[in-house]
Design a protein around this ligand. Sequence first.
Ligand code: NAD
Ligand code: KPL
Length: 306
Amino acid sequence: MNSIPWHILGAGSLGSLWASRLFRAGLPVRVILRDAARLEAYQAKGGLTLSEHGQRQRFEVPAQTLGDPEPIHHLLVACKAYDAERAVASIAARLASGAKVLLLQNGLGSQQAVADLLPHARCIFISSTEGAFRDEDFSVVFAGQGFNWLGDGRSSDAPDWLATLARAGIPGEWTPDILPRLWRKLALNCAINPLTVLYDCRNGELRHHANEVKGLCDEMVVVLQRCGQSLAAEGLHEEVNRVITATAANYSSMYQDVAQGRRTEISYLLGYACNAAMQHGIDAPRLNALRQRLVRHLASRGLPGD
Ligand code: NAD
Ligand code: KPL
């Protein structure tokens, strides 16, 4: 099992963090890059750089392009949600039958799209609270300790390769309840992230918008319950307030995306919640109004509303 390479699709923040840790543990790893130009840029850098606890370390992780013929047995998809399906489609022919495909995307929607594309693979969803950002091309800063919940929504037994992740220092645990976890994180993100963008503020400043936060949580709870996600709905407002307090000094991930002129994952977060409400015939005026305000705000910054 340990001689089977881990292919990492998407050499951005989380992809580089995972690739560096697996490689450092002596496991075979390949980074998959878009094309020959990206491969050349990667080789010029001499590999991936990981900054952790103030120390920078370079790892000469082997890299290849999407078109490389090597079969893939273990794939980690570390693209943004809006890129995942297209990126996976471009390497689908390389996946061995029964391949494990780990999906790191935030929100919901992209995982199902990838799973539908790969009926012969075993797709595993991950809900990650680890934090990383790129300080330069192929260089990542490990900014926040966190945890990874993994599951496929079907089996309750942890796969044997999970121990490999632990050996590489990647904190994680198998859960039969991965969908409730993904929904819960989506709900937290819906109640916090768009407001931080619209009010141009850190998470903690949302304490001054308590009624608006409560109204969004109340609607989210109804959406979650109607989607069969009562577990994810339990005590949502209290947890949102706890997260606002615990991360008061932080800027939300969506805030950071917008501030840096990057496309957001709105369609897989607030957009997904609004669509789910519509499909269940739920009137969700606050969530829908928030989505419209956010889309207008993004357009004013020249960013896509999907
Ligand atoms: P990122 O933008 O830093 O990295 C994505 C990488 O994928 C980029 O390098 C991009 O060039 C590459 N990519 C896109 N399409 C590709 C293709 N067709 N072929 C090859 N490479 C391709 O993104 P990230 O911050 O690492 O986030 C990845 C996912 O993890 C997102 O859904 C995000 O919400 C989630 N997440 C991120 C963090 C974090 O701290 N960064 C934490 C939790 C969850
Ligand atoms: O996950 C987050 C994010 O910024 O994306 C938190 C901190 C929970 C805020 O929603």
